[in-house]
Design a protein around this ligand. Sequence first.
Ligand SMILES: Nc1ncnc2c1ncn2[C@@H]1O[C@H](COP(=O)(O)OP(=O)(O)OP(=O)(O)O)[C@@H](O)[C@H]1O
Length: 305
Amino acid sequence: MKLEVREIRKSFGDKEILHGISFEVENGKALGLLGRNGAGKTTTIRVLMDVFRANSGEILMDGRKFIPKEYKIGYLPEERGLYPMKKVLEQMVYLANLRGMGQREAKESGKAWLERMGIGEYAERKLETLSKGNQQKVQLAQTLICNPDIIILDEPFSGLDPVNSQILKDVVKEQIALGRLVIFSSHQMNYVEEFCEEIAIINHGQIVLNGNLREIKRSYGENRLTISAANYQPDVLEEKLEKEFSDIVKVVKKKKDYLILEGVCKGAKKRLLEMLAASDIDLEQTGNYEPSLNDIFVMKAGDEA
Ligand SMILES: Nc1ncnc2c1ncn2[C@@H]1O[C@H](COP(=O)(O)OP(=O)(O)OP(=O)(O)O)[C@@H](O)[C@H]1O
């Protein structure tokens, strides 16, 4: 399965919110849709789910117009839609019935998912009597009850503590391994980093970065290296490097224990190491620099941060 989102534009009134959003995602992979508050992630997902109609652009599945109701989709919307006064399992079964699942199958699957989420004991309780995090897990169980082929999660980690986040991470990883097509929106980079092969960063309704996360990281780290010295603190080392090696490298960032350098000439890394060996700098650590997704996100979407 390959989902292609092409040049989606969406306006509310005369204000255009999405200015030509494009990205692709295949089954067996997860796409992390990233962006700051108000960037347009939820609007994109709603267009994808046919909640909103785009002003222009198209969405294709395997080359054909994508019609959500033709697929088994597990969609966890940003606004959570369960009934607070109803019993947990009862409403899960009811909603699964509406999605075309038989009573017995829905009950079995619902129970199994609640167990998987570690909340099997709450099946007969009213939803509103559960903690916020446990209600969130019920939502997730409900999203997955019909064994969807496409899973779309809008900020699934909100309200979950680290233990519950881990359960969800494991579940998402399992679903990816089972060959599901997974899209999820978030501004929590560490989760995205753990299981998304592909990312698309939206900023002000535009895709500012899209592609394979590993390749993106590699390209951002190219020509950069980290360095620390046993005999100089980073700020002194920075001064020294700027004074003595400014024709080879420049310091791009000073961290607590090390510096991040960028080459400014051809073969900078090799030349620097040769020069360092001949200097009084006692090299403690050096290596290729690989930015975190957070660093990349701040670079691409941190304009008003
Ligand atoms: N129904 C609507 N009518 C008018 N404006 C809307 C509507 N829905 C969203 N918007 C606007 O579209 C922009 C993008 O909102 P959206 O919810 O897609 O952002 P988001 O990236 O999901 O943000 P967050 O991380 O805060 O959830 C915002 O400026 C929002 O106010």
